[in-house]
Design a protein around this ligand. Structure first.
Ligand code: BGC
Length: 464
């Protein structure tokens, strides 16, 4: 590993450092759209219900359309990310985001609205892994965690922005404008990404060596890029891999690890809190509308702030410690929430507020960013898009199932056991991370791939 580590040039000039930041910041607009478009529906649906006289079933279909679209987007796009390239894929996604937002804004009927939301969801599914992957392949190893986490910061900011936009347009029943607003970041993403280069690793995979050298020279701020280029050529199998390669003994274990992390990120309940914070608050004894708004905004704000905190830590403390701290904090706060519901009374209100705050803060500092980061790092280059797309599909599918079953679970098990169940699942997550998740901090992607091809156990990938 040492030889590989030494061959990677860190950005030497201020200009190249700034350029890598611009690349990451632009690609992260995809994260902003991910967050905005998943968040915007909660406010918009209140008005659409009246406008189109929705039945409860129609409302559920509308609200879940984007999640269904995301599952399809993630599933169907992996091969294209490896064939067409990261940049082109993000460009197409930006066009779909724009079209979907406009369709929703002008929709004259429920079916048209659902089509628009399905399209937006499709784009979310594609963008959610392509943007981190693109950033990861551009970033120098020692900044990769922070730069990819900008995407998670954009997701959390997008969720918060959606609440703000919903609040701004709510007094005028402006649900169409709520959707239309989403077209703005989509257009900026499209224009921005069009002006940026393709991932140099993808270029090398397809043997566009001259172009790749140009990009590396620009992002590393030095002419001395041949050692890194040669390392990539040496460690990557040329051309995009086939679907059957995903099942090979080299890729399968790491693919299962990515899928497991995807499922863990969702079954530990993050979106039940994001989508149902007001419901949980009401159950804990806060009944006013203001309390519901404060709950939603508070959850959104803590999520953003703690993601900011994670950025400088992720390349210093490392991925594993953050994951372990995160899942432990989430588990303890969920158990406390369960106990709070068991005690009831006035104590429940404050236990409720405190445990939700600790829960969100814990998620934001680890499991939120680290999942998307790891699936942009651990897969071999020739199947990276396909493997990341499958892990992403698992993430959106689990999200869909958890969101769909949360209220029934509350009804069937009651609040106490529902939250205790989620707490136990955090415990399973801790065990899985301790046992199987590698530490990729500061390790070049090619060193991870070399370890993978050498048959090292998952936990030891990148350990030198
Ligand atoms: C998750 C989403 C979640 C968001 C909240 C992301 O990492 O994948 O499901 O809504 O974080 O911040």
């Amino acid at each position: 590993m040492e030889s590989i580590t030494q061959t990677v040039e860190e950005p030497r000039t201020k200009q190249s450092r700034r350029f890598v930041q611009v690349v990451a910041g632009t690609a992260a607009l995809a994260g902003l759209l991910f967050g905005f478009d998943t968040g915007v529906i909660s406010g918009a649906v209140l008005f659409i219900k009246g406008a189109f006289a929705l039945t409860p079933l129609a409302e559920e279909v509308l609200v879940s359309a984007a999640l269904v679209g995301a599952v399809f987007g993630a599933t169907l796009s992996g091969r294209f990310t490896d064939r067409l390239g990261r940049k082109r894929q993000i460009l197409i996604t930006a066009a779909i985001f724009t079209a979907g937002s406009i369709i929703c804004a002008v929709a004259g009927s429920l079916p048209v609205l659902v089509v628009g939301r399905l399209a937006i969801g499709f784009a979310i599914g594609v963008a959610s892994y392509t943007a981190p992957l693109y950033i990861s392949e551009m970033a120098p190893p020692n900044l990769r965690g922070a730069l990819v986490t900008l995407n998670q910061l954009a997701i959390t900011s997008g969720i918060l922005l959606a609440y703000v936009i919903d609040a701004v347009f709510a007094p005028s029943n402006g649900w169409r404008l709520m959707f239309a607003f989403g077209a703005l970041p989509a257009i900026v993403l499209g224009l921005g990404i069009a002006a940026l280069p393709e991932s140099p690793r993808w270029l090398l995979l397809h043997r566009h060596k001259e172009e790749a050298i140009k990009v590396f020279t620009r992002i590393r701020g030095t002419q001395n890029v041949m050692p890194e280029v040669n390392d990539i050529l040496e460690h990557a199998e040329p051309g995009h891999g086939k679907f059957s390669d995903l099942l090979s003994p080299v890729v399968l274990p790491v693919l299962i690890c990515g899928i497991a992390l995807a499922v863990i990120q969702q079954i530990t309940g993050i979106n039940t809190v994001i989508y149902y914070a007001p419901t949980i608050f009401q159950a804990a004894g806060f009944h006013s509308n203001e309390a519901a708004i404060i709950a939603t905004a508070g959850v959104g704000l803590v999520n953003v702030l703690m993601t900011v905190v994670s950025i400088p830590l992720i390349d210093k403390v490392g991925r594993r410690p953050l994951l372990l701290i995160s899942l432990t904090g989430m588990g303890v706060s969920l158990a406390a929430l369960g106990i709070g519901f068991a005690i009831g009374g006035a104590a429940l209100q404050w236990i409720g507020v405190l445990s939700l705050a600790v829960y969100i803060a814990s998620f934001a500092i680890g499991l939120g960013p680290v999942f998307w980061l790891l699936i942009s790092e651990i897969f071999p280059l020739n199947v990276r898009g396909q493997a990341a797309s499958i892990a992403t599909m698992a993430n959106w599918l689990s999200n869909f199932i958890v969101s769909l079953t949360f209220l029934s679970l509350l009804n069937a098990l009651g609040s106490v056991w529902t939250f205790v169940l989620y707490a136990a699942l955090c415990g399973v997550g801790v065990w899985f991370c301790l046992r199987f998740v590698p530490e990729t901090k500061g390790v070049p992607l090619e060193a991870i791939e070399r370890d993978l091809r050498a048959g090292r156990p998952l936990r030891k990938l990148g350990a030198g």
